[in-house]
Ligand binder design. Structure first.
Ligand code: ZN
Length: 281
């Protein structure tokens, strides 16, 4: 099982002309596995942006009450880190379902942003496939064979529906050949904080390929290990054990680095996780 690194955005050598994060901030949390596989990507933390509290500072949602120019400035910083144009970062109106949208050309980006769905796929190297999250799990996937990528939003409802495997199947249809995938599961509400009702716990356990996803919390209520469940789903969908990276971090526990819907409610920021297709030689 691979483990992630936190890389300081201020020390990033990707684009010397880009707006820099404030000294000491860690805007980008990356997956060493995706980096080693040649995929530009980032799980963005809440640090190194321009938004004011309670959206401080790298918020990517315009619907939570933040100022639009600040969100646009944050997107520009993310685009600079990803070496793409801000309007080529494609995310959806996320609805905890399994609809996947393919971006065939960067010019399609604005129209696709208005659609509902929970996974964005592309094989175009100028498009950044993205999801926004604050407790739900982001999954970034790259296909070593074709260079195509997918960004997946997998909260508990999406995980229950196995959106990871739906996205992998969509990616395979897009490329027209069997995949050779690598995947990274990003920060989210980890088992330490993901207390649920007994009904939700029972549904998830029944749907999980790995039955060992429940922990007992302090209040005799079940806690769900969403990471373990998604890991098992990726394995079942054909991703090999050594091709799954774990970019760890609990969005609820770690207030310094993460926004959390459960901790902060509606008036809080949303993260971005994004990946760019690999240019094929
Ligand atoms: Zn926690």
């Amino acid at each position: 099982m691979n483990e992630s690194n936190t890389r300081s955005a201020s020390s990033s050598k990707r684009d010397p002309g880009s707006p820099q994060a404030a000294p000491g901030t860690d805007r980008i949390i990356d997956s060493p596995l995706l980096s080693a596989s040649g995929f530009r990507h980032a799980f963005f933390s809440r640090q190194g942006g321009v938004s004011a509290p309670p959206y401080d500072s790298l918020n990517f949602s315009m619907t939570v009450g933040d100022r639009e120019p600040d969100v646009a400035a944050n997107l520009a910083r993310a685009a600079s880190d990803l070496l793409c144009l801000p309007h080529h970062i494609v995310f959806l109106h996320q609805v905890h379902g399994v609809d996947c949208h393919i971006v065939h050309h960067p010019n399609d980006s604005p129209s696709i942003r208005s659609r509902s769905g929970d996974a964005v796929l592309s094989r175009h190297p100028d498009v950044a496939c993205a999801v926004r999250f604050a407790d739900c799990a982001p999954i970034l996937i790259g296909d070593l064979r074709s260079g195509a990528v997918a960004a997946v939003h997998s909260g508990w409802r999406g995980t229950l529906l196995d959106i990871a495997s739906v996205a992998l199947h969509s990616l395979e249809r897009l490329t027209g050949a069997p995949l050779d995938p690598v995947a990274a599961i990003g920060p989210h509400i980890e088992a330490c904080c993901f207390e649920v009702g007994h009904d939700v716990a029972a549904q998830l356990r029944a749907a999980s390929p790995d039955p060992d996803i429940l922990r007992t919390g302090k209040r005799d209520r079940p806690h769900v290990d969403l990471r373990a469940m998604i890991h098992a789903q990726l394995l079942r969908a054909g991703v090999s054990e050594d091709r799954i990276d774990h970019v760890r971090g609990c969005t609820v526990c770690d207030r310094e680095r993460f926004f959390s819907y459960r901790r902060d409610g509606e008036r809080g920021g949303r993260h971005l996780a994004a990946i760019v297709a690999r240019r094929q030689r």
